[in-house]
Design a protein around this ligand. Structure first.
Ligand code: 2HA
Ligand code: ZN
Length: 270
């Protein structure tokens, strides 16, 4: 077997987690990431005929039956993942009935995947229904988006337009806008269901006073989406201290969308 620590997927996963830590988004055990792995990607590194430790799931995940997921561990710190991916994350295989997963690699006996595993699995199911190339879910406590959620009305249209209006390329990168769920208790409860409902339409969903959940076909695209939205939020927070600042108007936004052949959310702009 090849050394899994040298695999492209472990490298991408630990590098992006480290980057988010260095961005100041993931203090202590904040944040969690999951990455759907293909069997052919994984098989050079792991003997997939072996059974793993059983981990009971809190949702019905039969739509992900047989899928492999690289995911961060519960209580683990982003700061430590790159130095020791095996101690801080794991690879699970979802059972055929979808009630449990097997932990095939990583984490010690007694340790389990992230407390947001239900959010991750429900969001993967939801995104795969609309995009069969989907593979990555990232939850992170992006700083300026959190600040913005504290001071701006939690209205998807207003919030999205504030973000689109501050950077010319934003409407091209997230033409569907940003989804927002009501404030909710983190963990294996309603928050996952609410996020999954939103993430079908919006590739990024805001958890007010907490963080975001973003999806992507690759680690780069999910992370790139968060940094784009986070930078606009930073601009919003800084610029709001000035009077008479300029924003990109609706007519210009429509021109941009048409020039780059994207369809912006029709509820937000006509
Ligand atoms: O894993 O970020 O939302 C810690 C969290 C929970
Ligand atoms: Zn969180």
């Amino acid at each position: 077997m090849k050394n899994i620590l040298e695999s492209k997927f472990i490298q991408e996963f630990s590098n992006v987690i480290d980057r988010m830590y260095l961005n100041g988004w993931d203090e202590r055990n904040a944040g969690n990431v999951s990455y759907l792995l293909l069997e052919e990607e994984l098989s050079p590194y792991l003997d997939l005929s072996k059974k793993g430790r059983v981990h009971q799931l809190q949702i019905d995940a039969h739509k992900l039956a047989g899928k492999y997921v690289l995911v961060t561990g519960s209580g683990k710190y982003f700061r430590n993942v790159k130095g020791n991916p095996e101690a801080n994350s794991c690879i699970i295989r979802i059972s055929q009935c979808g009630t449990h997963a097997e932990i095939l690699w990583g984490l010690k006996e007694g340790e389990v995947p992230t407390s947001e595993l239900s959010t991750h699995l429900s969001s993967h199911i939801a995104r795969l229904e609309v995009d069969d190339t989907h593979r990555v879910i990232i939850h992170t406590h992006a700083t300026y988006l959190n600040i913005m959620s504290a001071v701006v009305d939690l209205d998807e249209k207003n919030f999205t337009k504030a973000l689109w209006g501050l950077n010319t390329e934003n409407i091209i990168i997230f033409p569907e806008g940003i989804g927002i769920i009501p404030w909710e208790i983190p963990g294996n409860g309603l928050i996952g269901k609410n996020t999954a409902n939103k993430i079908k339409t919006y590739k990024i969903v805001l958890w007010p006073l907490h963080g975001v959940v973003a999806s992507g076909e690759t680690v780069d695209s999910a992370f790139g989406l968060i940094e784009t939205v986070e930078k606009a939020a930073m601009m919003y927070i800084v610029i709001n201290n000035y009077s008479n600042y300029k924003t990109i108007n609706d007519e210009e936004l429509i021109k941009l969308a048409s020039a780059f052949k994207v369809t912006p959310n029709k509820e937000f702009i006509k």
